[in-house]
Design a protein around this ligand. Structure first.
Ligand code: OOG
Ligand code: MG
Length: 264
């Protein structure tokens, strides 16, 4: 597989995704019009989107792995993980009220986030390399928001839509990766005081550090590396849960404290 779209089509699809993201409206998945689109085409559109955002003054903060757990793959009907980029404009403080008026149909996910203190570059990066380059891990909530109608897509389209990235919130208690067992961290997600999801971190490729290694190896294929100081989310442990204005979500993690947000 390789890039099959020409530059004009990549720019056209990027503008379509950018419009849907910035003005919060749903669009049909891109493969309806471009059925031959490849995963590499999806990343070409995503890279163009990243270039534009940076040109507009957004700062690249890190990356996210997506579709790295069985729960997420089954929920979305996709069986290969993906990556997307994260900027400063997507970050929200813990305990804040996140506006839903500029989102299409937001959902929340509980994830383990990594902050690195060494550069990482593929190919062949392992979970051990990731742990060695990790300053600390912390609990996070990702707010995803597919721009595709009905939250229905395929891998090619969701990659072009930057892996449904919308907002993210880090919090809780930062820990050195060597002081905890990254595979057995339990998490319980509550919405309005009710448990709506629970799982353990091994749901993410056996160990969330594996997801970060995979992400760095995909970055290599895109001609990129992960610089020291990056914030990386390793992927939802449980299914994503839809939220609406007035909802309060809290993710309680074993050994990592909790992260809480409200929606308005
Ligand atoms: C794609 C993004 C998936 C995760 O953590 O698995 C993701 C989607 O489900 O819209 O962020
Ligand atoms: Mg996610």
């Amino acid at each position: 597989m390789s890039i099959t779209l020409n530059r004009e089509d990549i720019v056209r699809l990027c503008e379509r995704v950018e419009g849907a993201q910035t003005r919060a409206y749903a669009i049909p998945k891109l493969t309806n019009e471009y059925p031959g689109m490849t995963i590499e085409d999806g990343y070409a559109v995503q890279s163009e989107l990243r270039r534009r955002f940076i040109e507009q003054g957004h700062t690249l903060v890190g990356w996210k792995a997506g579709l790295t757990s069985k729960a997420k793959m089954e929920q979305m009907g996709v069986n290969v993980p993906s990556i997307g980029f994260l900027t400063d404009k997507m970050a929200r403080p813990e305990n804040s009220v996140i506006s839903t008026s500029d989102l299409v149909h937001p959902r929340v996910e509980c994830e383990v986030a990594f902050v690195t203190n060494k550069d990482l570059a593929g190919p062949g990066v392992t979970a051990g390399d990731v742990i060695d380059a990790t300053d600390y891990v912390l609990p996070a909530i990702e707010i995803i928001d597919s721009r595709f109608s009905g939250f229905k897509f395929d891998l090619e389209s969701v990659i072009a839509d930057n892996g449904s990235s919308a907002r993210y919130v880090g919090g809780g208690r930062a820990r050195r990766p060597k002081d905890i067992d990254l595979r057995t961290l339990g998490v319980v997600m509550e919405k309005n005081g009710e448990v709506v999801g629970m799982g353990a971190s091994a749901a993410v490729l056996g160990n969330p550090a594996e997801a970060v290694a995979m992400l760095v190896n995909i970055l290599h294929d895109l001609g990129e590396r992960l610089p020291a100081g990056s914030f990386v989310m390793s992927g939802g442990i449980t299914e994503a849960v839809a939220v609406q204005p007035g909802d309060h979500v809290i993710a309680r993690y074993q050994d990592l404290g909790s992260v809480s947000i409200r929606f308005g």
